[in-house]
Design a binder for this molecule. Structure first.
Ligand code: EPU
Length: 430
């Protein structure tokens, strides 16, 4: 297995291009299941999760081709995928495929909506928590599907098609909101979704559905109204910039000091993060290229955060922010409210010299004057990249193992960091 070697101490200066968002690209690759016509997606990031989902969609009979570069298209602007679900040959998503990537469970809604049936493996637990799918199933049932769980599979049927209904989620869930949206756009009649997630990736997917002919109102609010249509057509859509990737590199600059422009980053998707970083002593300014992040001279100030659904501080940046706080000039408190087990990076940050104590869902981080390189590994994507952030400022050499987690969600991480001056090398496994 490949490893990443980081020699800390270099400031970051220059420009990093922000890729298309993983968590928008994945559901956007799933919604073409709702139409027999082709959906063209631009700015799809080159990620292991995208490749895995490609295989899963092909298993349903979906044809996916990568289009050539358009005139004037930048080298780093992602891929264009043409996705066509003219005929769906299989409504089963088997364990071997779903267990590799959780988001593939989201095929459930579109398969029932278009085909009246689906058999999808339960995704199972994962490194950050139990992650149940009860609210996905409740949403399908509210839309008239019958769902049973047998031998690890959800078997859902709606013989006469789905019917509009009233869905009210007990808590905010990105995945369950995607599921409810994807299923209700083809249901007979009107659907309301209360307590919907408002993450920018949901809005991006809804905008693509609208281009395909769906009728959705209330985008960006906790209450979505959908009027079902009988069919959807093809469309062309550009994946929104990855706010988590942008936030991650902003924190890397905070850690090392320097001056980096995050080209394509969208301030409107990062408001709480930007305010938090400013309180930590970074200068963050929006300009027509994206976001410019600077930290010169003065150190990092401690800031307390609590993760929350959008527009709150994202759980997907919690580990990275903890990485930044390890070298703050004082004590900070980091509370994780979305996933019960998303502190797997703590022990590894401690290996680099961080001073962190866990109290239930809260981590107390006492800033240290220096971190020192070590061998580290992480059990999930965001935890892995928090170790990269810490390593960029650590004295000496850090060797990060299990790099495949990073490949799932960060396009060309080491290329992007090297281009702004970091000493990062990927070492091929034996
Ligand atoms: N939940 C339930 N029942 C459900 C669904 C969710 O109890 O039926 C709970 C979860 O256990 C969790 C909370 O609701 O405690 C929120 O989970 P959510 O459903 O919002 O998470 P998700 O849809 O499974 C997506 C992202 C995650 C991100 C979360 C929260 C994708 C592919 N995944 O997951 O991204 O952390 O929303 O914002 O969009 C990542 O990219 O590293 C990642 C984990």
């Amino acid at each position: 297995m490949d490893r990443i070697r980081i020699r800390g101490g270099n400031k970051l200066n220059g420009t990093i291009h922000i890729s298309g968002a993983k968590n928008a690209a994945l559901p956007l690759m799933i919604i073409p299941l709702l139409s027999p016509e082709t959906v063209t997606l631009h700015n799809v990031p080159r990620l292991a999760d995208v490749s895995s989902l490609r295989r899963i969609m092909q298993n349903h009979g979906v044809d996916i081709t990568t289009a050539g570069k358009r005139a004037g298209q930048r080298e780093d602007s992602g891929e264009t995928l043409k996705i066509s679900a003219k005929t769906i040959v299989d409504t089963t998503a088997p364990y071997e495929l779903v267990s590799k990537m959780r988001a593939s469970f989201w095929v459930l809604g579109p398969l029932i909506a278009r085909m009246g049936e689906a058999k999808v493996s339960l995704p199972g637990g994962c490194a950050i928590g139990t992650r149940p799918v009860d609210m996905h199933l409740q949403a399908m049932e509210k839309l008239g599907a019958e769902c049973v769980v047998e031998q690890g599979y959800v078997i859902a049927k709606a013989k006469n098609g789905l019917k509009g209904g009233h869905i009210s989620f007990a808590k905010v869930s990105v995945g369950a909101t995607h599921a409810a949206l994807m299923a209700s756009v083809l249901a007979h009649g009107d659907t309301t979704i209360e307590n919907a997630a408002t993450e920018p990736e949901i809005t991006d997917v809804a905008q693509c559905l609208i281009k395909m002919g769906a009728k959705i109102e209330g985008l960006g609010t906790r209450s979505l109204n959908i009027t079902g249509v009988t069919s959807l057509h093809g469309a062309e859509h550009t994946v929104i910039a990855d706010r988590i990737e942008a936030g991650t590199y902003a924190m890397a600059v905070g850690m090392t000091g320097g001056d980096v422009t995050l080209r394509g980053a969208r301030a409107d998707t990062l408001e709480d993060v930007i305010l938090t970083l400013r309180r930590a002593g970074l200068e963050v300014t929006a300009n027509n290229e994206g976001l410019r992040v600077q930290r010169n001279g003065s150190g990092i100030l401690p800031v307390d955060i609590t993760t929350d659904p959008f527009p709150g501080f994202p759980t997907d940046l919690q580990a990275q922010f903890m990485g930044l706080m390890t070298m703050a000039k004082g004590k900070s408190h980091i509370r994780e409210t979305i996933f019960e087990n998303r502190f797997m990076h703590v022990q590894e940050l401690v290996r680099l010299g961080a001073d962190i104590h866990l109290h239930g869902d809260m981590a107390e981080v006492r800033g240290v004057a220096k971190l020192t390189g070590a061998d580290v590994m992480a059990t999930d994507l965001r935890a892995s990249v928090s170790l990269v952030i810490a390593a960029l400022a650590a004295e000496g050499e850090t060797m990060l193992h299990r790099v495949y987690h990073l490949d799932r969600g960060f396009e060309d991480l080491q290329g992007k960091l090297s281009a702004v001056g970091a000493d990062v090398a990927r070492i091929a496994g034996a």
